[in-house]
Design a protein around this ligand. Sequence first.
Ligand SMILES: Cc1cc2nc3c(=O)[nH]c(=O)nc-3n(C[C@H](O)[C@H](O)[C@H](O)COP(=O)(O)OP(=O)(O)OC[C@H]3O[C@@H](n4cnc5c(N)ncnc54)[C@H](O)[C@@H]3O)c2cc1C
Length: 474
Amino acid sequence: MQQHSHVPGDPSWWFTEALGAEGNPAPAPWLAGSTKADVAIIGGGFTGLWTALALKERAPGLDVVLIEAKVCGAGASGKNGGKVHGYWASLPGMEASVGPEAAVAIARAGTRAQDGIRAFATAPGRDVWWREDGNVRVSASPAQDAKISTHMAAVKRLGVEDTARELTKSEVRDFVRSPVFRGGLFMTEGANVQPARLARALRQEAIKLGVRIYENTAMVGLDNGSPHRVRTTAGEIIAKDVVLATNTAIAKDDDIRPYVTVFSSYALMTDPAEAELEAAGWVGNQGLSDLRMFVHYFRKTADNRVLMGSGSGPISFNGDATNSILTTDVDSGQRAVRGLRRLLPELNNVGVDRIWGGGIDVSSDRLPFFRTRPGTRVHIAAGYSGHGVNPTYIGGQCLASLVLDQKDYWRSLPFCTRELPRLPPEPFRTIGGRFVRQGIIACEEAEEDGRTAGPISKFAASIPKMFGLKIGTR
Ligand SMILES: Cc1cc2nc3c(=O)[nH]c(=O)nc-3n(C[C@H](O)[C@H](O)[C@H](O)COP(=O)(O)OP(=O)(O)OC[C@H]3O[C@@H](n4cnc5c(N)ncnc54)[C@H](O)[C@@H]3O)c2cc1C
């Protein structure tokens, strides 16, 4: 087994691979001086790039400028698990928080997004490692079993039985063999992608359609007016409409902070493991995850590696997306390593090539929202909650509708219309959130080991439910 550093760091394995596949091109120029545009998009991840494409498709003559503080795809869009699915797996939670009709409307929008991403990803000449075989959720401890029946009851109640199928233990083994897998759920909707390649392909398409992209160009200030003025390190953009597609960076803004808190997720990439994958019977391309709250998500790559992620990273204080605990927490990286060793013991002799982490913008009901700031032409996206590969397509469509003032299907969705509950204020939110997080980690680890967690951990894990919160509930 090869020895690699187990300290999380940038860039992600995906991002290095994607840039290498492109021949390590020089970044786009940075913005120097003043420029005018119809629309200024801030942020070159999936949200910003899908928005740019949607705008150019709907209004080809529109002059769109996109600025990115680093290079396109260097943020969460080039770091994630690359698991692409909408909201069918979230039905029971959504039904409880937004109601049955809104829950189904949201899940159907996810399916439309899946269609749109597939069309882009599989277009001739693109190689973004799109593989679409569905999504498997497995119970990996007795405590996770109940989520299967809860899910099946919800699909039945909502009349959407075609979206999920219950799997017995032996049916789970047909996908991947593991001594800890119990029953599971097969979700019809689900694909895998090389996320950084997808982000880079979106960038190329945006450039082809005439979007002016400036990299290494951070927005350092925004002056509201008609038009707006986006100040950058060495220039400015004067634009009628501004789209803030900056992901976690927006969480510190006054109008976002009551609804979004910044957590983190950590992932690892193994060395190639063709023989071991065969030994585990993992022949299909289904993405998998367990049924913990701090979920383990895992999938294969086109070159037979395994990505294992753990959505259990630390919480940043007061929406600060620059806090280094979001990207350098060794314990969270090691939870992903332990997840790999426990869930896929056939790979015990396979080395870990790289570990990395990134911030996730968790909203108060775990769903994203897209809005125009009152009295301005500034449009915002926030709250993907660690699940953004499919929903950023929705974000792009909703933001394009807001920019173009089109009262269409996308704008009628709960993403643009619902009211979000407020989170507790700081410092209680972070102090409480960290206490709850430690409690949940302890309870879920105890459940996996067949132990009972201590009373303090149990108490901590029960706090969100006690206060009627929609995040942190198991
Ligand atoms: C480790 C990890 C695993 C994940 N796994 C999954 C998964 O398997 N499936 C899934 O659906 N979701 C997953 N997610 C979530 C998903 O990656 C995100 O929700 C999604 O990529 C968000 O896209 P975005 O474009 O909004 O943000 P980003 O990709 O972060 O893009 C925002 C961009 O804005 C730029 N920016 C910020 N501030 C400024 C500024 N002032 N000026 C200019 N530019 C700025 C940043 O540099 C960045 O490139 C995961 C996230 C992480 C961190």
